[in-house]
Ligand binder design. Structure first.
Ligand code: T1G
Length: 687
């Protein structure tokens, strides 16, 4: 027997224990161990029943994602599953942690499932652009019915054990910390009852009722059309669950396999699988050792009770960290706290929080006007106006007030952390914590290390972001750090492009069809044309504002807006654009095909990404992809700008940028790193 799999026998029950850190992923070694252990148990007369349990933090967390895209080695998961399901001895899956994907599918081939209350079970393959390809789409509907199976599999969220028990996804709850003995006792009870073995695959009572019910699937499709846009997996999941209802089990499983392979070979799933590891890579900082001490953060001060400050505060209140919230006037403070309470009450009205949860969070806020109230804070985050002199004044005062080892952070979205730190006596304890709006919702935090920020402070910033449920991406100081920097060209070139003929509608449609929720002009109208405006010269937005068009808030911007805030083409806006083009001496040449527009706006994003890597602002290309996906909702199934660039082909991008440079100038000049990679046949993200 390998070290991964062991068998112990207790009074007729064979206990197969799998131990393959970190998450017992069902890679080749685990599959071999399972095959060997189940074969051995089948052969041992003294074994009457089998308990399957895992050591470590969790039951099998699914197939080994790193094996996808590579030739599959035997035994396959199916071989192991057949050994279990077709065996004559009852097999009980004993679940702790997260039984996910192939892990839960394996449990579904066992005859019974027992779990501790803290466990979760689920089929999250949709998050990898896949579907449960080891029988999950065929077995789960037989337990919970087609409608619930659609919600669970397309949703992809793990189901807590108590809920799973209600749904029948598990058969019994063990006492917390007593899983092994309770599972063995359960196995003995099964043996004592001598009940015939029940295979999930043989159940049909839950699916018979849905036979021929096509509407169930068409309505589900229609209801979720918007959320599914661009993703391939949901449609294949619907087809697989429909097959479970309409076809005999083995035919359904065959159909599931076809639908799985289709997804497995798709670029969308490759992108989402890449993203799975990219998000986990962000935490690994090449020059900050993994064992760098994390400083304790038990109290936080936040300066600025506005939209950003309030949102940032909620993240800490959500994890029980007390917050001292500062603003210049009582009125501003009261307003900020009212907004926080309103946000929590909205969550409570949607059942995401209880009234007690709301009060518990609100009780952790200490409002104050005097910075002196922060003298004991472990961390202070400044979230005030983006004006350097205001920030420097605040940091200089904070430096005299807060305790020696306190960390000082700025939520600036582009100003220099080094310059801010220079007014303090502790630049080694200063960093940027750049949240994205709305800060209580967006999962990205750019942790900005200054030239003097010490490793402990960097490591603490990264760990803290994870603690408050965010994904931290490390950036060095530079204008706009990572996400704002690389996305900047998209907005800038969009405003130039509409002078040449394509309309805001055509540009927005092309970017929408690429996969963004909204194009640049609808986004500008939503944010407001007067936010961050260059008033040192005449600009197109300046002209629109002068005409009273400040965006949705004035029911007119690049579009006109009706009472439902629906955008309509505006001749007045088009006239202002045409007039500004004349002012700039640009001769419109009419519309452009969508792929031209995409290249014109998104190839420069890739180019800027290459510069960010050249300058060492980002540690790796995948960090840029994570920042753009989480910070700007770059479509996940493209993998982000750098992965997408590798999909398009770097030579094609360089050729197009050089063409655009000849026509529109050096703003399109390909970055050195991009040219080098294109010339050498290299890539940003393909290893
Ligand atoms: N395969 C390979 N590596 C995995 C892995 C997996 N399934 N899950 C986690 N890891 C690695 C991860 O990269 C990290 O490595 C370490 O484990 C800890 O993970 C046939 C097709 C289980 C909830 O989608 O959701 O089954 O960075 O940092 O926050 O139908 O990991 O340390 O080197 O995330 O405690 C379906 C994926 C697969 C679950 C733990 N399963 N994993 O979260 O730790 S597809 C999933 C997770 C499938 C079948 C199909 C989470 C977790 P490193 P972590 P965590």
């Amino acid at each position: 027997m390998s070290s991964v799999g062991t068998i112990t026998i207790e009074d007729g029950v064979g206990i197969i224990t799998i131990d393959s850190p970190p998450v017992n992923a069902l890679g080749i070694h685990v599959r071999r161990a399972l095959r060997d252990c189940f074969t051995a148990c089948a052969a041992k007369d003294e074994v009457k029943a089998v308990v399957l349990i895992c050591n470590g933090r969790t039951f099998f967390a699914g197939a080994d994602i790193s094996e996808f895209g590579k030739p599959l080695e035997e035994p396959t998961l199916f071989e192991v599953m057949d050994l279990i399901e077709n065996g004559v001895k009852p097999v009980i899956a004993a679940i702790h942690g997260t039984a996910l994907g192939g892990g839960y599918e394996l449990a579904l081939t066992c005859h019974y499932r027992i779990a501790v209350p803290s466990a979760k079970v689920g089929l999250p393959e949709v998050q990898l652009g896949l579907l449960p390809g080891a029988g999950g789409t065929q077995r789960l509907p037989r337990i919970v019915g087609a409608a619930a199976a659609l919600d669970i599999i397309v949703g992809g969220a793990p189901i807590p054990a108590r809920k799973a028990l209600e749904l029948g996804m598990i058969d019994c709850l063990a006492d917390e910390g007593k899983l092994r003995e309770d599972a063995v006792a359960f196995a003995r009870r099964i043996l004592a009852e001598g009940k015939p073995l029940q295979r999930v695959r043989d159940r049909h009572d839950k699916i018979d009722a849905d036979k021929g019910n096509v509407a169930l699937f068409t309505e589900f499709r229609a209801k979720n059309a918007r959320a599914f846009r661009g993703f391939k997996a949901p449609e294949n999941i619907i087809k697989a669950v429909q097959a479970a209802v309409e076809l005999p089990f083995d035919e359904g499983r065959k159909r599931e396999r076809e639908l799985f392979e289709e997804l497995h070979d798709s670029i969308e799933s490759a992108a989402q699988r890449y993203y799975f590891f990219a998000e986990r890579q962000t935490a690994k900082i090449p020059d900050v050792p993994a064992d760098t001490p994390i400083l304790p953060i038990t109290s936080v001060g936040i300066i600025g009770a506005g939209t950003m400050g309030g949102g940032i505060a909620m993240n800490f209140l959500n994890v029980g960290v007390p917050v001292t919230l500062i603003d210049t006037t009582q009125e501003a403070l009261d307003r900020g706290i009212r907004v926080i309470r309103k946000n929590y009450e909205i969550s409570a009205s949607k059942g995401r929080l209880t009234a007690a949860d709301v009060e518990k969070r609100m009780a952790l806020i200490t409002p104050a006007i005097d910075l002196g109230a922060l003298s004991d804070a472990d961390l202070v985050i400044e979230a005030v106006f983006e004006r350097m002199e205001i920030k420097k004044d605040i940091f200089a005062r904070l430096d005299r007030i807060v305790k020696r080892d306190a960390i000082l952070a700025s939520n600036t979205s582009y100003l220099s952390i080094d310059e801010i730190a220079s007014v303090t006596s502790r630049p080694e304890n200063v960093l940027g914590l750049h949240f994205f709006s709305p800060a209580n919702v967006m999962r990205l935090v750019e942790v900005v290390r200054g030239a003097k920020t010490r490793n402990e402070v960097i490591a603490t910033g990264m760990a803290l972001a994870k603690k408050i449920g965010k994904v931290a991406v490390l950036s060095r100081v530079g204008p706009g750090f990572i996400a704002n920097r690389v996305l900047g060209p998209r907005k800038d070139h969009a405003e130039d492009l509409i002078l040449e003929g394509p309309t805001p509608t055509e540009v927005d449609q092309a970017i929408y069809d690429y996969g963004f929720a909204m194009g640049p002009f609808q986004m500008l109208d939503l944010v407001g044309l007067d936010v961050i405006l260059d008033d040192t010269q005449r600009t197109l937005r300046g002209d629109l504002i002068a005409a009273g068009r400040r965006g949705q808030k004035s029911t007119a911007g690049f579009y006109d807006y009706d009472e439902n805030r629906k955008p309509k083409v505006s001749q007045a806006a088009l006239d202002i654009i045409a007039e500004f083009a004349r002012f700039k001496g640009v001769t419109p040449k009419g519309s452009l095909p969508a792929d031209e527009i995409v290249a014109r706006l998104l190839y420069p994003v890739v180019n800027e990404g290459a510069k960010v890597l050249e300058e060492g602002i980002a540690s790796r290309a995948s960090d840029i992809d994570v920042a753009c996906i989480l910070g700007y909702n770059w479509p996940l199934y493209t993998g982000g700008p750098m992965f997408w660039a590798d999909t398009v082909g770097l030579q094609k991008i360089v050729a197009k940028l050089e063409e655009l440079e000849r026509e529109h100038g050096e703003a399109f000049r390909p970055a050195k790193l991009l040219k080098e990679k294109a010339a050498s046949g290299g890539s940003f993200t393909r290893g």
